[in-house]
Design a protein around this ligand. Structure first.
Ligand code: EPZ
Length: 423
């Protein structure tokens, strides 16, 4: 397995182009199942998770291929309705083919997605919403067997123990586009990526009101057409590099980054002592003064502080000049990065779903282990500011969600390189 080496103490200065959003690309690619016509999806990042979704579309019988930053899903018939274990087990977001398969064909067989290191990943809300539309669901030998022809629109409340659900909203939305009558999804997820999916479906001819809000209203239509669409920029990638500018006391211009997608993060970074300015359709980010102030964060569903930036913010808090409190309300176990940060000299203790972070200016490089996509990013950020060298193992986690990470960071002054595992 490849490793990343990071030489600490270098300041990040310059411009980073922000890629298309992974978490918008995945459901939008799944939504192409809803038409036999050609779709051209632009600004799609070249990531492992995107390649997995392309493989799933090809396994279903569609011809999906990449041309530069565009994925072309050629016209053609879906040949089968099975999303196989060997693909779904590598990416739990594959569950998002369930809704479009049911909406279009009334049947689907999708491997039950496993949990992952950030915690159990239940799908009760997905199944509740689909059953409300009239889908019969059985779980057998690790597969979800779903059947539901002639779905009927209903009012569905989709809030769960942790609030709204991004992929459950996506699945129910896509199952509802052809359902008879009106479907109202209450307490739907309002993340920009869910809004982007809704806008893509509208571009295909779906009748959807309330995109980007917590109530979606869908009127069933007869069919959807192929279309061309460009995916929004990745707000989590942008947020990660915003933190990179502050943690190294540098100055970065993030091309295409949109302030309105990261209001909670920007609010906290300003509190920490950052300056974030909107300039020419991107964001300029740097420190106002020399120190990083401690922060108090609770992760919530959008527009609250995103759980996908919690680990990265913890790396920044680790070098602040005070005590920070970070509470994880979406995935209470999402603290695997803490033990690795403490190996680098951070002083973090866990109290249930809350981490208490005592800032220090003495992070030191160490061999550490990546455990999930965003925890890996947190370790890279810590390595940028630690004294000496940090060696990050299991870097495949990063490759799932950050396009050209080493190239983008090296171009702005980081000393970072990949050590290929000799097979
Ligand atoms: C999406 O996952 C993202 N993934 C995750 O990003 C992100 O962390 C998460 O939303 C929350 O923002 C993609 O979009 C591909 P949820 P999703 O359903 O939809 C609970 C990354 O790093 N829940 O919104 O699977 C769940 O356990 C990834 O890019 C239920 O209880 O997340 C969690 O506690 C990691 N029942 C909370 O809701 C359900 O049926 C939010 O999960 C579904 C979820």
């Amino acid at each position: 397995m490849d490793k990343l080496l990071v030489e600490g103490g270098n300041v990040l200065n310059g411009t980073i182009p922000i890629s298309g959003a992974k978490n918008a690309s995945l459901p939008i690619l799944a939504a192409t199942i809803l038409t036999d016509e050609e779709c051209r999806i632009k600004n799609v990042p070249d990531l492992k998770d995107v390649s997995t979704m392309i493989k799933i579309l090809n396994a279903l019988g569609r011809d999906a291929r990449r041309e530069g930053d565009t994925i072309i899903v050629s016209a053609g018939q879906i040949k089968n309705h099975i999303a196989p274990y060997e693909l779904v087990s590598t990416m739990r977001a594959s569950i998002v083919v369930l809704g479009p398969l049911l909406g279009r064909f009334g049947e689907a067989e999708v491997s039950f997605p496993g949990g992952c290191v950030i915690g159990p990943r239940p799908i009760d809300l997905h199944l509740k919403g689909l059953r409300a539309l009239g889908v019969e669901i059985e779980v057998k030998s690790g597969y979800i067997l779903a059947n539901g022809k002639n779905l009927k629109g209903r009012k569905i409340y989709l809030g769960g123990h942790f609030g709204s659900s991004v992929l459950a909203t996506d699945n129910v939305l896509m199952a509802a586009v052809f359902a008879e009558g009106e479907t109202i999804i209450e307490n739907s997820a309002s993340e920009p990526e869910v809004e982007d999916l809704a806008r893509f479906l509208i571009a295909m001819g779906a009748d959807i009101k309330g995109a980007g809000t917590s109530t979606l209203k869908v009127r069933g239509v007869k069919s959807l057409r192929g279309t061309e669409y460009s995916v929004i920029p990745d707000r989590i990638e942008a947020g990660t590099y915003m933190i990179g500018a502050l943690i190294t006391n540098g100055r970065l211009y993030l091309e295409h980054a949109r302030a309105e997608h990261n209001l909670a993060l920007i609010d906290k970074l300003r509190e920490a002592g950052g300056v974030i300015d909107e300039v020419d359709g991107g964001l300029e980010v740097y420190r106002a003064g020399d120190v990083i102030n401690p922060i108090d964060i609770t992760t919530l569903t959008y527009p609250g502080f995103p759980t996908d930036l919690q680990a990265q913010m913890m790396s920044l808090a680790a070098i602040s000049n005070g005590i920070s409190v970070i509470t994880e309300k979406i995935y209470p176990d999402r603290f695997i990065h803490i033990s690795e940060l403490n190996r680098m000299g951070a002083d973090i203790v866990i109290e249930g779903a809350t981490a208490i972070v005592k800032g220090t200016n003495k992070l030191s490089g160490a061999p550490v282990m990546a455990s999930d996509l965003r925890a890996s990013a947190a370790l890279v950020l810590a390595g940028l500011v630690a004294s000496g060298q940090t060696e990050i193992a299991r870097v495949y986690h990063l490759d799932r969600g950050y396009e050209k990470l080493e190239e983008k960071l090296s171009a702005v002054g980081a000393k970072i390189w990949r050590m290929k595992e000799i097979k």
